[in-house]
Design a protein around this ligand. Structure first.
Ligand SMILES: *[C@@H]1O[C@H](CO)[C@@H](O)[C@H](O)[C@H]1NC(C)=O
Ligand SMILES: *[C@@H]1O[C@H](CO)[C@@H](O)[C@H](O)[C@H]1NC(C)=O
Ligand SMILES: *[C@@H]1O[C@H](CO)[C@@H](O)[C@H](O)[C@H]1NC(C)=O
Ligand SMILES: *[C@@H]1O[C@H](CO)[C@@H](O)[C@H](O)[C@H]1NC(C)=O
Ligand SMILES: *[C@@H]1O[C@H](CO)[C@@H](O)[C@H](O)[C@H]1NC(C)=O
Ligand SMILES: *[C@@H]1O[C@H](CO)[C@@H](O)[C@H](O)[C@H]1NC(C)=O
Length: 768
């Protein structure tokens, strides 16, 4: 059924595009110094000259120009035909032309879970809750009236801020304040693609106002103000707060209901760099592609050079290996973990057996909640009844019953709506083999509970086994501390990195399951009845929710240490991360301890991250050497870095170079079973400090570190050490194999300072 739907939509798209003169949006990257020898007065004139020469007479060149970029990249976005594209590619000063890509968003209690407290001496007080820091969020927009964006307790707008509050539909300058200091929207790439597809554009605010809710949720997670008595329909009640309640937010709306176009994203990054943001938070992405084809990687390289830290979601394509996206080494890539907050709503079946389930349903006040009902699972026909598509459920069979719906294909809330519309009284959302035991809860329009895969198999066999199956949902409300957490979320995208396995990704994990944060006040959680729609908060899951947690924590670190580079902040976050859960046991991945390709350095710990002792810093020029060691060509490196280097010379000058990354990835290739790696630590803790090394070697590998002690005499002093890895195995398998360990520098007088790096070892496939 799912395949069929995909087929239909692709079919319609291609039909419509026949009528659109075959124009497509392209991003044209130009030589950054190309204008110096030309006669043009402005960049815009220069950019337009390329279109004038390509398009000739048929059209007005400026009507084809979508954006002119110069901070995130030198170049522009334009609509071109295929022949114009070929002409453009061959013009002088054009260094790359890429088709626009459509990316997707990676869809209160979490601050307490992470150990932050507004009263105790700690990271929040030390950093002034993130004061003076500006977090730029690229997302679906913002709902400025949400209490999370109140500026009551906020200091003035920082002097360095140069951004604007862009007017548009239902949005004007009075919607910005000292909390939400800026807002802009970017729709040209999105509109060009809608025009090409010929499909009507969905109705949404043509302004920074959020029509979706995702951007309101992520930006309030990063830096939302304190809101007492926040809850979702009475569940999860407590004080809602962002990670950095003292930081300022700037919203760059780049995502629309159809997706987020890279031409729009690049335009937002271009502005954000000039506006003066300190941190860019991107809860969006696609599948991994080479860095020189990836507009986010290219734009963020330039941002990193200007000292802006870029934090991105890893993606929701786990647990498939190699699914991690946004994997450039200058990006902080964030996976998702679970909280220990649950919303139990188990199922008592007619045979007396009990199945664990969870629900965000407001509970017992509403009709049919907790009532014993007849169960029905409609599987016949080809209308998608088992998935509960709208109009697929025969009223006569489901009227007044509890309907089982398989997860997948259509939205979870939509299934609830479909059941209600056809007369059903309650819904059980049954995970399939793909979702396993992952339990993202939603607010639904009728009593509902989500059950894991094992439970759904038992439920269906019970339904099969009797003539009149019945069940009752037992709602228990919000329960904290009963389950082991954090654990890795099943959906969190996994490493190793497809395009650059020499960097261990993801970098870090942070809460991303069942996160409560701000929501547009007119939307309601997806599809509640009209009267219960006016909410201020809702619950969502995804690495989209994890990313802004780390963005907020990065703001706290920036406020404590304004001179640190983005790489130093990332190192602080990674080397202080936790690898055990709240019971002191390993963080789990389902029934197994989680590996480094799931959790990276581990679970973020904001308290320790503001005071890491030592950091692994990276200078922008070191990324260039790194790209040379990956075997990138001169033009590929130029596209990413705007530096014209001869890798031959660079490598000759930097023998034995390894990127000073806070994690370590070693790859053994046939015939090369030994590897030496260098790292450089900078003291940001106590002036006179001696650290000694502890190593847990990966299985099958001998590890030697020299020196074994590092003695620092002053702050910002850097010292280097070397690590030798020798494989004890000779490769006999035809398959890639992995092992993992870790390396930790421990302060000899003060064991608070433990600077830990995860280590992954890969024995490459013999055939490669
Ligand atoms: C939502 O927030 C607004 C503004 O702070 C407030 O007036 C309203 O009562 C809140 N609604 C709910 C359901 O809490
Ligand atoms: C902004 O919009 C609000 C509500 O529509 C209106 O009351 C206000 O006067 C507008 N402010 C400006 C500066 O246009
Ligand atoms: C919080 O909300 C609940 C119901 O939503 C209400 O009973 C309670 O009085 C509120 N508490 C405060 C401090 O406003
Ligand atoms: C239910 O029973 C039918 C026929 O006996 C069988 O084909 C089907 O696979 C069973 N389904 C489940 C979920 O056990
Ligand atoms: C890079 O330098 C080489 C030789 O110095 C030169 O031939 C080439 O045109 C330059 N490339 C760019 C993109 O500037
Ligand atoms: C660090 O050690 C040096 C020499 O051992 C000493 O002169 C200096 O006062 C010490 N600094 C601090 C802050 O303890």
């Amino acid at each position: 059924m799912e395949a069929k739907l995909v087929f239909f939509s692709t079919f319609f798209l291609s039909l419509f595009s026949l009528h659109a003169y075959n124009l497509q949006t392209y991003i044209v990257q130009l030589h950054p110094h190309g204008m110096t020898n030309s006669a043009f007065n402005t960049r815009l004139e220069w950019h337009l000259s390329f279109l004038e020469q390509t398009i000739a007479s048929e059209d007005n060149p400026s009507s084809r120009l979508l954006y002119s970029y110069h901070s995130a990249m030198e170049g522009f976005a334009a609509s071109l035909s295929e022949t114009q594209l070929e002409t453009m590619r061959n013009m002088q000063n054009v260094i790359a032309v890429r088709p626009d890509r459509c990316l997707q968003i990676h869809t209160t209690y979490s601050y307490k879970f992470l150990g932050l407290s507004p009263t105790r001496e700690g990271a929040w007080l030390r950093s002034g809750f993130g004061q003076e820091t500006i977090i730029g969020v690229l997302d679906t927009g913002v709902w400025p009236e949400s209490p999370s964006f109140s500026d009551e307790q906020m200091p003035p707008v920082p002097k360095k801020w140069r951004g604007i509050c862009q007017e548009g539909q239902d949005f004007n300058v009075s919607n910005c304040n000292r909390k939400l200091i800026g807002a802009r929207f970017y729709s040209k790439g999105h509109r060009a693609s809608s025009a090409i597809s010929g499909l009507p554009a969905p109705v949404e605010y043509v302004s920074p106002r959020d029509s979706h809710g995702h951007g309101t949720h992520t930006s309030s997670t990063a830096a939302g103000a304190s809101v007492p008595n926040a809850s979702v329909l009475g569940n999860g009640a407590g004080v809602a707060r962002g990670m950095a309640p003292g930081a300022h937010v700037a919203m760059y709306k780049v995502c629309w209901i159809n997706g987020c176009y890279s031409s729009d994203i690049l335009a937002a990054m271009d502005d954000a760099i000039r506006d003066g943001v300190d941190i860019l938070s991107l809860s969006l992405g696609g599948f991994p592609i080479p860095l020189y084809d990836d507009s986010i990687a290219i734009g963020s390289y330039r941002a990193m050079e200007r000292g802006v830290m870029i934090i991105c979601a890893a993606g929701n394509n786990g647990p498939i290996p190699n699914s991690v996206a946004n994997e450039a080494p200058w990006i902080t890539t964030v996976g998702a973990s679970t909280l220990d907050r649950r919303f139990p709503a188990g199922l008592r079946m007619g045979n007396g057996q009990f199945l664990y389930g969870e629900s965000m349903y407001p509970g017992n006040q509403l009709p049919n909640a907790g009532k014993e009902l007849e169960l029905v699972y409609v599987t016949d026909g080809d209308k998608g009844s088992e998935l509960c598509f709208r109009g697929s459920l025969p009223r006569a069979r489901i009227q007044g019953k509890m309907v089982v719906c398989d997860r997948g294909a259509n939205g979870r809330a939509e299934k609830g709506q479909a059941v209600k519309e056809s007369g059903g009284a309650a819904m059980i959302l049954a995970n399939t083999a793909i979702n396993q035991e992952e339990d993202s809860v939603d607010a639904h329009v009728l009593p509902a509970s989500v059950i894991g895969y094992a439970e759904s198999v038992r439920l269906k066999s019970y339904i099969n086994s009797t003539r009149r199956p019945t069940a009752r949902i037992e709602f228990e409300g919000t329960v904290i501390g009963r389950s082991r957490a954090p654990a890795i979320a099943l959906f969190s995208s996994r490493g190793p990195s497809l395009t650059n396995p020499s960097i261990l990704k993801p970098d870090i994990i942070a809460p991303g399951v069942n996160i409560i944060a701000a929501w547009p006040q007119n939307l309601g959680p997806t599809s509640l009845p009209e009267d219960s729609r006016r909410v201020n908060f809702t619950i969502m899951s995804g690495t989209s929710m994890s990313c802004p947690h780390v963005s907020g924590i990065a703001a706290l670190i920036r406020s404590c240490h304004p001179v640190w580079s983005p790489a130093a902040v990332k190192s602080a976050i990674m080397t202080t991360a936790e690898v055990t859960d709240h019971y002191g046991k390993p963080i789990m991945d389902g029934a197994e301890p989680a590996g480094v390709f799931a959790i990276g350095a581990g679970h973020v710990n904001p308290e320790r991250a503001t005071d890491p002792g030592l950091v692994y810093d990276i200078r922008p020029s070191e990324y260039i050497i790194h790209l040379c060691t990956l075997g990138y060509s001169r033009s590929e490196i130029f596209t990413v870095t705007h530096r014209n280097v001869s890798c031959h010379e660079v490598i000759a000058k930097n023998r034995g170079f390894s990127l000073n990354y806070p994690s370590i990835s070693v790859i053994f290739k046939p015939g090369r079973m030994g590897k030496m790696i260098k790292r450089r630590l900078t003291n940001v803790g106590l002036p006179n400090s001696t650290y000694s090394v502890e190593v847990v070697a990966p299985e099958g590998v001998a590890v030697k570190v020299r020196p074994q002690h590092l003695t620092f005499n002053h702050v910002y002093q850097s010292l280097t050490y070397s690590i030798w890895f020798v494989s004890r195995k000779t490769i006999a398998t035809q398959k890639e194999t992995f092992a993992e360990g870790h390396l930790t520098w421990v302060h000899t007088q003060n064991s608070y300072y433990r600077v830990r790096s995860p280590v992954s070892v890969t024995w490459a496939d013999m055939k490669q």
